[in-house]
Ligand binder design. Sequence first.
Ligand SMILES: *Cc1c(COP(=O)(O)O)cnc(C)c1O
Length: 387
Amino acid sequence: MKEPNRPADICAHLGDDYDRYLGAIVPPVFQNTLFTRKHESHGYSYSRINNPTIEILEKKLAALEHAPAARVFASGMAAITATLSSLLHAGDHILMLRSAYYPVSAFLETEMKQYGVEVTYLERFSPEEIDAAVRPNTKVFYLESPSSNIFRVLPLREIAARAHACGAAAVMDNTWATPLYQKPLELGIDYSIHSATKYLGGHSDILGGVVLGSEEKLDALRNNQRASWGACMDPFAAWLLIRSLRTLEVRMARHSATAAKVARFLEQHPRVRKVYYPGLASDEGHALAETQMTGYSGLMSFVPDADSDAIAGMVKSLDVFEEGPSWGGFESVVNTPGLSAKEVRDFEGVPEGLVRISVGLEDADTLIADLDRALCAMPERKAPDFA
Ligand SMILES: *Cc1c(COP(=O)(O)O)cnc(C)c1O
């Protein structure tokens, strides 16, 4: 196919180069570290710097998110920490979304603090919050929308414009939406980052990360942070990710359709107090999401109407949903951020009892029946509740 530019065609065919690869219907994996210069130079020398399999993957990801360039990393955290360290230096300041993926805050509180970088946490990046927090040395606004666990939707166009007015870069974690459902660079964001371990990989068998942005910014990331730290992706992981991307569009359509059914089921369930899913019309972020997103993925959370021990028992009694922290794979997973220690919950803004589910590719009716059985079996609250 000559120049695939629709998402399904990019997923299926971008990077096919039959003339170059002997007609192989699947481009081969260049599982080699060294490219010899003795005969002819192809611009490759060593796989820590670059590799043809890595480049096919980067082209596909950039095209999917309408980004000028993409660079892949060994994991999502490698992509995030490389980007932040390229932008923050001793004496700088960062505005950080409190409900962003927690290990990023941990990185700021440990590594970055050690280098003299200061952090201020914001709840929503409202104009008032930004005005009160921004300083002359603020270099980064760090965003995630929808955010982790509570899926808060941020007004990205406005926040990006404010970041630029303050002379700061807008960096955003776009893992939840995937490149299919949200294109942050088109909204003014400077760096869009994904953990490829989640939907991009989709099969719970590869770790990876990607940063999308301008050619100039990403060449610097590749030549400096990625090359120096060796946080590059292994060619075989890149090859598996190319395999995964072939089904990204069909997988996401299925995750999204099933998640919509599951969210509506939970919303009307008598043993559920509240559902957090921006795809639901009743969600506080839905109207805003409709102005900057084109679809909704399969990760959501809800607060069951029960005591904490009953909620813990309900989660253990699920049959299809396996318990664990990751998400975005073919398999449905449940996790309980709302049952962690109060200090941790308070820091992240997670309500008590919050249960997070990643809706996999199983049949929607199977998932709903599993949840319904477990929720209905929860013991009633012991103490009267005034919440
Ligand atoms: C998992 C995750 C990451 C980190 O990605 P890894 O590939 O595990 O390093 C970053 N952001 C979000 C929102 C995630 O869920």
